[in-house]
Write a protein that binds this ligand. Structure first.
Ligand code: UGA
Length: 452
């Protein structure tokens, strides 16, 4: 069997490496020359634990190869898995242009029957539209299935081999059976749905997880106002099996290439269909607020940001990845710089990616101890073990007064830090920075919680 996977982002590359095997030759198609060069050399263009080894092993046994020529990938292939980017446009709608391009190319190059399997996240209704606009017009039979992917960055390989479920949406049972057979070796519930339901499952899953995060962040804000501690509240909440303990970590909000884009995409889709998805709008707004609230707290704890030095620990949108897309750290840094703070920052793997999006004035370091030197405040933005496990006595020695630690992920040992003389502040718990400082351009204060 031959499988062509189009788009070597983290979904496409993991799928290509996960599907390759003795009886399956996989050809990965990638149009970016820089990415392709790395893949030819047996290197993986993203930081994804376990992926290098998997790609290299299959490439060496010739079960996996790469090309920039889609016609080469499609020649003789039984399946064309599509995993190209579907980024957000400025108005929040999803940009499907890459998908249209690829669909046209598939139609142009299909000389024998082939099944298109959609792995890119696409708004519900896209499969039907692509079939009408492209695939049904092909002289050769092209069948279609939606097979949404639920991989998390940073544990994508693990998620590929042990998913919670596999969803295949097709209006043809035979197609669904053949697509599910690709996952024969994987133990997981296998769900058959219509194409549009499969597309909806993906959006609903991400929107629900984002809602859970914004919900706990709202509870955290109320905790601050009434004197409760969200790190005590959330675990007890999560013990109710109907609620579940995951995605109840309050913090500076969700980021990445998925939640921000998919929540806005679903909200736009609802609106285009005449429905005001008020709950989802609030989820998006709460997430925006968490970032601004971090700036407000730092400003209050430091008595203004002008000429203060802030060290930001973590640039990736979460630990385990070098992805800085929509990372809360990046946005917070831009506010700090705008307000006149000197910012130094570090990350174990995301410094190179962050350099391309951060203002030049931000000093970047590989070593967190270099980043915290002479800083008045430290912001923990990404809870990498490298940071939570730091020697905080040494950090204190390197820092300057007033020794503020703003724990944007509630991941540090508050009591030990306070014992060392740090002014600790977290999310949803009392601490430094809960005052009423008001900026000239961001007017949020404790007494104005309803406006935040
Ligand atoms: C997310 C979903 O979890 C995957 O199932 C999905 O396949 C993927 O999007 C996608 O659509 O491609 P990912 O973006 O890799 O995966 O990241 P998550 O681990 O879900 O975290 C997203 C953000 O939420 C991070 O910024 C994280 O710090 C934040 N988060 C997560 C919280 O703030 N609190 C939590 O309790 C959990």
């Amino acid at each position: 069997m031959k499988i062509c996977v189009i788009g070597m982002g983290y979904v496409g590359l993991v799928a290509a490496a996960g599907l390759a095997g003795p009886d399956r030759k996989v050809v990965g198609v990638e149009s970016d020359p820089a990415k392709l060069r790395l893949l030819y050399q047996g290197e993986v263009p993203i930081h994804e634990p376990g992926l290098d080894e998997l790609v290299r092993a299959h490439a060496e046994s010739k079960q996996l190869c790469f090309t920039d020529r889609i016609e080469e990938g499609l020649a003789g292939a039984d399946f064309a898995l599509v995993a190209v980017g579907t980024p957000a446009r400025l108005d929040g709608r999803v940009d499907l242009s890459a998908l249209y391009r690829v669909s046209e190319q598939i139609v142009r190059n299909a000389v024998h029957p082939i099944t298109v399997v959609m792995k890119s996240t696409v708004p519900p209704g896209t499969g039907r539209a692509l079939t009408e606009r492209f695939f049904s017009k092909s002289a050769t039979r092209i069948r279609y299935a939606s097979n949404p992917e639920f991989l998390r960055e940073g544990q994508a390989v693990k998620d590929w081999f042990s998913p919670d479920r596999i969803v295949v949406g097709s209006d043809d049972q035979d197609v669904a059976t053949r697509v599910l057979a690709l996952y024969a070796g994987i133990q997981a519930p296998k769900i058959r749905t219509s194409v549009v339901s499969a597309e909806m499952i993906k959006y609903a899953a991400n929107a629900f997880l984002a809602t859970k995060i914004s919900f706990i962040n709202e509870i955290a804000t109320i905790c601050e106002l009434v004197g409760a501690d969200v790190t005590e509240v959330a675990p007890a909440l999560g013990m109710d099996v109907r609620i579940g303990s995951q995605f109840l970590r309050a913090g500076i909000g969700y980021g990445g290439s998925c939640f921000p884009k998919d929540t806005k995409g679903l909200e736009q889709l609802s609106s285009l269909n005449g429905y005001d998805f008020a709950l989802l709008k609030a989820v998006i707004e709460v997430n925006r607020r968490q970032r601004i609230s971090a700036v407000r707290k730092l400003r209050a704890a430091l008595g203004g940001l002008l000429d203060k030095r802030v060290a930001v620990l973590g640039l990736a949108f979460k630990p385990g990845t070098d992805d800085v897309r929509e990372s809360p750290a990046i946005e917070i840094i831009s506010y700090l710089v705008d307000e006149g703070a000197a910012v130094s920052a570090c990350d174990p793997v995301a410094v190179a990616n962050a350099r391309t999006v951060l203002p030049d004035s931000v000093e970047l370091f590989q070593d967190p101890y270099d980043a915290v030197r002479n800083s008045n405040a430290v912001l923990l933005a990404t809870e990498w073990d490298d940071f939570t496990g730091m020697d905080w006595t040494k950090v204190k020695r390197l820092m300057a007064p007033p020794f503020v630690v703003f724990d944007g992920r509630n991941a540090l040992a508050r009591a030990s830090l306070e014992a060392l003389g740090f002014r600790y502040s977290g999310i949803g718990r009392q601490g430094a920075g809960d005052g009423d400082e008001v900026s000239t351009n961001i007017t949020f204060g404790k007494k104005r919680a309803s406006q935040v």
